[in-house]
Design a protein around this ligand. Structure first.
Ligand code: APR
Length: 307
């Protein structure tokens, strides 16, 4: 059985574990700094497995030793947003947490592929790659599946069509100037731009961009975790099952989309080696300009990292 460790057993980490445990893909280890919490959550989940019929082992720990020889390490440790905060406001606190989580995990799982979820996502993924010294194939940030899933959910609500027929692609940085690609998004092959009136499509694009903030303002005490957890589970599955699945994710760019030296949301192909390739769409001038704007924001955020 493969082994997946999740660093940070809070709302998103624990939810990711649950989505994964139900899929029976890997044994799971939850690590957190809070004494007893990862142990308690993992025992609770273990006790759910007879009901759902999954034979995975789920353990919780306050030590990285338990994570040794993981195939994948998912990092969800860090503080979440409160109302009125942007993802960038989390930078200083979460930067320190990411540094520790990546270096401690790598010591005991030198072959692992890292998937980062902690915000600000593109900057934290960049930091994880720098701290680990790993090639870009082994450090990938989760943002695009979530942002695209939000857009898909909004289109499904609008049209009353199965979510399975709806394909949306949101690229760019994981912030309020992310770039929903309406021309590439479709319902059973028909572009959204042909189905929805421009004002309805604009409203869906705007709601997608602010999707994370909408949840924060409703919850008031933290940020989204069901959909982020589901997105992480899909990435883990694509890698462990060597699916060669194409999804939007944050990857380190080396010239793709005219960008270098930043993590940025682009379509990637995921398989057992991690990031297998980056797919480059042909873009209109307008789409390219929107991506440039988003990239310059990510570049500024990354420049704000210490050292
Ligand atoms: N090592 C391990 N776990 C840590 C560390 C650390 N150094 N520092 C904090 N944690 C743990 C906390 O104890 C907490 O249980 O990380 C967990 C974070 O969980 P939540 O507070 O529930 O936050 P969550 O909603 O899961 O969001 C986590 O994901 O979406 C992003 O912006 C969000 O950056 C945030 C992260």
């Amino acid at each position: 059985m493969a082994k997946v460790s999740i660093i940070g057993a809070g709302q998103t980490g624990a939810t990711t574990a649950l989505w994964l445990a139900q899929r029976e893909l890997a044994d799971l280890v939850l690590v957190d700094i809070v004494d007893g919490m990862p142990q308690g959550k993992s025992l609770d989940m273990t006790e759910a497995m007879p009901v759902v019929g999954s034979d995975v082992k789920i353990r919780g720990s306050n030590s990285y030793q338990e994570t040794s020889n993981s195939d994948i390490v998912v990092i969800t440790a860090g503080v979440a947003r409160k109302p009125g905060m942007s993802r960038d406001d989390l930078m200083a606190t979460n930067g320190g947490i990411i540094r520790a989580a990546v270096s401690e995990s790598l010591k005991v799982s030198p072959e692992a592929i890292f998937i980062i979820l902690t915000n600000p996502l593109d900057a934290m993924s960049y930091l994880a790659m720098k701290v680990s010294g790993l090639p870009r194939e082994r450090v990938i940030g989760q943002a695009g599946i979530l942002d695209s899933a939000r857009m898909r959910a909004f289109v499904a609500m609008e049209l009353g069509v199965s979510v399975q027929n709806i394909h949306c692609y949101v690229l760019g940085g994981h912030g309020d100037n992310m770039v929903p690609l309406t021309r590439h998004s479709n319902v059973a092959g028909v572009p959204l731009t042909d189905i929805l009136l421009p004002e309805r499509l604009d409203a869906i694009v705007e709601r997608t961009r602010k999707g994370g903030g909408e949840i924060v303002s409703l919850l008031k005490t933290g940020s989204a975790y069901y959909a982020p957890g589901a997105a992480l589970a899909q990435m883990v599955e694509a890698i462990l099952l060597d699916r060669h699945l194409i999804v939007p994710a944050s990857a380190y760019l080396e010239g793709e989309y005219g960008q270098s030296g930043i993590f940025f949301g682009v379509p990637v192909q995921l398989g057992r080696g991690g990031l297998e390739r980056i797919i480059e769409y042909v873009l209109t001038d307008e789409e390219r300009q929107a991506l440039e704007r988003s990239a310059s924001h990510v570049r500024e955020t990354i420049a704000g990292l210490d050292g």
